[in-house]
Design a binder for this molecule. Structure first.
Ligand code: GLU
Length: 292
């Protein structure tokens, strides 16, 4: 079992900015990933800092070693480099569990046994109204039914008691270098899921812990993840972790104006490479669309 994170186990403050690119190896990387990785590397390069690569493969049903190998090869081909060994989240489930244990001891977690359909039914909003955030979903089952599902090995999600968590730490802020200071609003997620029986940590928990453990001083990522930062800030406060700076960048778009997705092969780095483009060509394509 890995040791829990504490102030003394955090790395000493580094000389320059420490950034990371953290792909989930579920498919090929496309131009949007190239932009994000180059963006992170550039932020670190500016003051002689360090760019790290982290593999976010907690969903072991969707992440595949062959995708990881291809992703690393594409990034190296682009000219990026990083210190080895690379942290691979699937090798550290015990570490994330220590944080879940701490939150459990604080009385902040509960098991939600609702199936996807039961949850959707419970949260469905009248036409046009925004869907409700899940709150106190444990109250929707009787004690006896909850026990029956527990005994019969039904899958469950571990949810954070959001109201209690916010009450414990009080109002929080975080800063984005382009977008300024934000009041943390984790409540928009309701009782957010921090682990599932089949996936023993959530993205939110693993990324928050790893950014602290790896001494990341500037988290760069796409603006589609901006709201997630509200939860990460709350988890930092609950677990006494440092808060890095943030820089959420714009997203590259396809010709139809929609953001690029992994399933669209037209902009996959490997395909561009197979079509005879050089790393310099791909960097130029990314620069040409610079959304920031
Ligand atoms: N693994 C996440 C993704 O591929 C990135 C997480 C982050 O940068 O915080 O979208």
């Amino acid at each position: 079992m890995e040791a829990p994170l504490s102030a003394s186990s955090l790395p000493p403050s580094p000389a320059g900015t420490v950034t990371r690119f953290a792909p989930s190896p579920t498919g090929d990387l496309h131009l949007g990933h190239a932009y994000s990785a180059l963006f992170a590397a550039e932020q670190a390069r500016r003051d002689g800092g360090t760019f790290l690569l982290r593999i976010e493969d907690i969903d072991i049903t969707r992440c595949k070693p062959e995708h990881e190998a291809a992703n690393l090869e594409d990034l190296r081909w682009l000219g990026l480099s990083w210190p080895e060994p690379v942290r691979r989240q699937s090798e550290h489930f015990g570490f994330y569990q220590t944080a879940l244990d701490r939150l459990e001891e604080m009385g902040l977690l509960y098991r939600c046994f609702l199936s996807r359909r039961e949850l959707n039914d419970a949260l469905s909003a009248p036409h046009g109204a925004p869907p409700k955030a899940p709150v106190d979903t444990d109250m929707l089952l009787s004690d006896a039914e909850r026990q029956r599902r527990l005994d019969s090995g039904k899958p469950f999600a571990l949810r954070l008691r959001m109201a209690r968590a916010i009450e414990r730490v009080g109002p929080l802020t975080w800063a984005d270098r382009h977008r300024g200071e934000h009041q943390a609003r984790p409540e928009i997620f309701g009782d957010v899921v921090l682990a599932r029986r089949d996936i023993p940590t959530s993205y939110h928990l693993a990324v928050t812990l790893d950014d602290a453990l790896q001494g990341i001083t500037l988290v760069t990522r796409g603006e589609d993840l901006l709201d997630a930062t509200h939860i990460h800030r709350l988890l930092q406060a609950l677990l006494a972790l440092p808060t890095p700076d943030y820089l959420h960048h714009g997203l590259l778009r396809g010709e139809d104006g929609r953001r690029l997705a992994k399933r669209e092969q037209s902009t996959a780095i490997r395909d561009l490479r197979a079509a005879g483009h050089s790393p310099g060509d791909v960097r130029a394509m990314v620069r040409a669309q610079n959304p920031d």
